[in-house]
Design a protein around this ligand. Structure first.
Ligand code: ZN
Length: 306
């Protein structure tokens, strides 16, 4: 489906591009509908907060209803910002930008995302752990955040609210040893390590949220040492398929210098926003610790005071 917002807030709910939701959200009022003699309908791009025009919600077209960036100011709506448009994954322009490029200073949107990352670090970690099938210690996640900041992941032009948990691990977990972390038993990563890493064991089992985890340790009767088992990511790709964003990256697992596993991971464009908007989120002691650590790290690097 193709989505838009009717507010510039990062936390705004997104709506499918269609006549029913447009009328429900705007009552066909200015500035969402304007122009004579032809009435035009507008909304906000969920990725770059620039104005977009809704096409085909009243007039039948060959293509299903969709959104087009206006590339200019629209009376009554947030001003069009060229830089945000150029780096919007949902815009046609973005494919001309070199993916390796980084900003030297965070823009307003990246500063906002750093605040969201700090204040919702436990939720970001929740999704990261679901993606990886790993439950990490507080130290593990703190050092992931430190690496994300040190490698200037927050200055990556393609970071969005939607992909924030994925970008945390993309930049923060590079070459990180997962020794001593809890791994979901029977997950793919657990099977691969069991099959391919001599001397690895998962003896200390804990149950959490109905799942069994084993701590990645060195087997007690192992001869020799356990080579570091590290994660790394690369190949973040974004592609528009029939106006719907498809965003992927590749996870690698290495044992010493040998690659033992490779998996393509798709960014779920709704997961993080849905969790941010969830009102009944229970905050455990572990969540509080993660939030405290995130605050300390962001303060140490002076990230949220720029
Ligand atoms: Zn956009």
């Amino acid at each position: 489906m193709i989505y838009v917002k009717y507010s510039t807030s990062k936390f705004a709910t997104i709506h499918e591009v269609c006549r029913e939701t447009f009328e429900e959200q705007t009552r066909n009022k200015f500035p969402w509908e304007q122009g004579t003699p032809v009435r035009k309908q507008y909304a906000i791009c969920p990725a770059c907060d620039n104005p977009v025009r809704l096409v085909g919600i009243y007039r039948k077209m060959d293509k299903r209803p969709h959104r087009v960036h206006t590339e200019k100011d629209i009376e009554g709506l947030q001003r069009h910002v060229l830089q945000k448009y150029m780096y919007c994954m949902l815009s046609k322009r973005s494919k001309y930008i070199d993916d390796a490029e980084r900003f030297t200073e965070p823009n307003e949107s990246q500063i906002e995302l750093c605040h969201i990352l700090q204040n919702n670090f436990h939720k970001v970690v929740y999704i990261a752990e679901k993606i990886l099938h790993i439950r990490g210690s507080n130290n593990f996640w703190s050092s992931t955040l430190e690496q994300f900041i040190a490698s200037k992941g927050y200055l990556y032009p393609w970071i969005t609210l939607e992909n924030l948990p994925w970008m945390l691990i993309y930049f923060g977990l590079s070459q990180k040893n997962i020794f001593n972390q809890d791994i979901v038993l029977e997950s793919k990563i657990h099977q691969v390590i069991t099959d391919k890493c001599n001397n690895a064991s998962f003896d200390k089992v804990i149950i959490h949220a109905n799942k069994s985890y084993g701590k990645l340790s060195k087997s007690e009767n192992a001869k020799g040492f356990l080579k570091p088992i590290c994660l790394r990511f690369s190949g973040h790709k974004k592609q528009m398929i029939e106006d719907v964003l498809n965003e992927t990256m590749t996870l690698y697992v290495d044992s010493g210098s040998v690659e033992i596993y490779k998996q393509s991971i798709e960014v779920d464009q709704h997961y993080f926003r849905n969790i941010l908007l969830k009102p009944d989120w229970k905050e455990s002691e572990r969540c509080k610790k993660l939030l405290n650590s995130a605050k300390e790290i962001m303060e140490k690097y002076n990230i949220n005071n720029q």
